[in-house]
Design a binder for this molecule. Structure first.
Ligand code: AMP
Length: 377
């Protein structure tokens, strides 16, 4: 099915073509017509499926068709759990929407940065991508109101609820007009998401795309047995011997991420760390440099293991194991995306062996463990 069958304007089809979107991904084929018909939608899909464009495109069409540009109200509110996702979603709106007639203005608002510039820039915004806390602050300071909002998108609902945003989301729902179109996206359908779903959606069109677990075959996984003493030197050996570029390394804590990053830099490896204790500016610039290939190594906590799309990421290294097998799958899912094969490498000490077995059992895939004591590095 071509994009031209999805009732998208010529301008939008051109924007898609110019940005290398040749034909719709399955989720887009299934969701775009339903949204265009005005239906509520439940999309069970992860990052990597093309879920963002599946709502960005029909939202842009609706704004164009509803003459909303003349109106100074928020037409569509997209609620997301993290600032990184807010920026990423807004970037897709801008990428596909910036050449459309009428200059549709979209904007991302999120906490952790000064509120004043956001207040000033809200002028003329039709599409607002927001994290819940900052949105409420903006509403309470009367910088914005949602009384004319036509469409609500909640993206990564499961993460939103896991992060404890339930109260904020409920409050925001109470401030929206009763008559509106609702689109709910979640990687998983757990009890909490089901509750929000029944509260929010009327007779939804439900689309479920193949979860990442099924795409795990795309990823080449390997594991190395190390000791706490050899772990650091072996990691450096891996990076240097394979001249690795664009390596995402996961640690289990902020302190460990900073320590590891410092060691790598001391050893001449181009690395930066990103985690919840870094300033917004530092996080954004590290991620941007990494995405465009200006930075070789990004050391991260699980903060960015979900939701952030990095195309063609060739290497993910688990320097420390995550607590949950789900997080392991999300971490390694940063590679092997969009049909690009990638490598996921895990370093395992004696004390991790049992937990690593549990992860493999959950994943239903066994990974060969290589003993580094036999290797020369
Ligand atoms: P998402 O799941 O929305 O984060 O999208 C995953 C990646 O797929 C992003 O890098 C998008 O730019 C890309 N993408 C989404 N839809 C298409 C498409 N129809 N053709 C090519 N790339 C796409």
């Amino acid at each position: 099915m071509p994009f031209s069958s999805l009732r998208l304007s010529k301008h939008l089809q051109k924007a898609l073509h110019d940005n290398g979107y040749k034909k719709p991904f399955p989720i887009q084929e299934q969701i775009i017509p339903a949204i265009r018909d005005g239906r509520d939608v439940l999309g069970i899909a992860q990052t990597g499926s093309g879920k963002t464009a599946s709502y960005v495109l029909p939202v842009l069409m609706d704004v164009l068709e509803s003459n909303f540009l003349l109106n100074r109200h928020i037409h569509t509110l997209v609620l997301v759990p993290t600032r990184e996702l807010a920026q990423q979603v807004n970037a897709v709106f801008q990428l596909l929407g910036h050449k459309l007639p009428g200059r549709i203005k979209s904007m991302a608002v999120f906490g952790g940065v000064s509120i004043n510039p956001q207040m000033i820039n809200l002028q003329g915004v039709s599409i607002l991508v927001a994290t819940p806390g900052r949105l409420i602050e903006l509403i309470e300071s009367k910088a914005i109101h949602l009384s004319e909002t036509k469409m609500l998108v909640i993206d990564e609902a499961d993460k939103m609820l896991n992060l404890g945003f339930k109260e904020e989301v409920t409050k925001i729902l109470s401030l929206l007009p009763k008559k509106r179109q609702n689109l709910l996206f979640s990687a998983t359908l757990n009890e909490e998401v089901t509750k929000i779903q029944s509260l929010l959606l009327k007779d939804p069109h439900v689309v479920k795309v193949k979860p990442q677990e099924d795409n795990i075959e795309l990823i080449q996984q390997s594991a190395y047995h190390v000791t706490p003493e050899t772990k650091g030197p072996f990691l450096r050996h891996l990076i240097e011997s394979q001249s690795m570029k664009q390596v995402l390394i996961f640690t289990s804590s902020v302190v460990a991420a900073d320590k590891l990053c410092e060691k790598l830099v001391k050893n001449g490896i181009d690395a930066k760390a990103t985690h919840s204790k870094k300033s917004h500016m530092t996080r954004t610039s590290a991620l941007r440099d990494f995405k465009v290939g200006k930075l070789d190594v990004l050391v991260a906590t699980d903060l960015i293991s979900r939701g952030i799309d990095i195309e063609f990421l060739p290497f993910v290294i688990n320097y420390e194991l995550p607590r949950s097998p789900k997080d392991y799958i999300h971490r390694i899912g940063r590679t092997g995306r969009a049909e690009n094969p990638g490598q996921a490498i895990t370093l395992v000490c004696d004390e991790d062996l049992h937990h690593f077995k549990v992860i493999q059992k959950k994943m239903k895939k066994w990974i060969k463990l290589t003993y580094t004591a036999d290797l020369d590095f």
